[in-house]
Design a protein around this ligand. Sequence first.
Ligand SMILES: [Zn+2]
Length: 284
Amino acid sequence: MKLFMLWDMEGVSGIVCREQVWFWEEGVRAEVAEEGRQLLIADINASAAAALEAGVDELIVCDTHHGGGNIILNQMLQDPRITYLEGARGYQDGKLRWMPGLDETVDGFLVPGHHAMAGTTGAFLPHTWSLEWADFRVNSRSIGEMGIEACFAGHWDIPVIFAQGDEAACREAEAMFPGIVTAPVKRAVDREACEGPDPAAARRLTAERVAEAVGALRDGRCRPFQPTLPMTVSVRMVSPEQAEVVAAKPGVERKDEYTVEFVAERHCDVVGWIVAAGLDMEPT
Ligand SMILES: [Zn+2]
């Protein structure tokens, strides 16, 4: 069994404030950012160990938060079955693409460390990809980052088996991915703070649920996320200026002042038309 674990950071065990995770913002203290990074590393190590313990033969761990670069390789669990990706873009068969290694050989897709979609109430740092996107819809249904990423994985019929994050993120995952196992490790107090069990307890819950998700995959309880094709993908931007920039891209239609639309023929094209995240990308 081969799994692909796509790690964001807002939903990690013990990360409870904006400063620990949006470390590029002005005024962030280095020691607080480092706390967040260590919590991410600890969560990844606990989850990877749980997956291997549950019998996974191959595991790809991908660090995607803010373009990646958050993990520290010599602090990661060392095991020949694990491949670490220090960013979500890389080369496979000589081609630049999103999530290299995610292909028909992968049996299950996991989205730990995630957050709820833009506009979600009672959620910690809800957003969808960019703060410039107010609403991202596929076939008229709003989806968040977990949905976008799972749709990309749907190109290879890969079931979505696990999500971890605050309670709002887990509710979103459960509503979108039937059969998924979730690890709600905290609840939002407001948009920029949350509370929950201490990090060690949250990590234990996460590890248990990862093992449970492996079992759910084995039992055939999980499904790929595959909206009906061709997909009408529309994005309501925060400003008309942003909509204008996107509308200049090939194949994109401007629907109104704020909204742009694209028709995607494949699940892997869900987001590649608007940002550099797809297959066969232009090398940079
Ligand atoms: Zn993130």
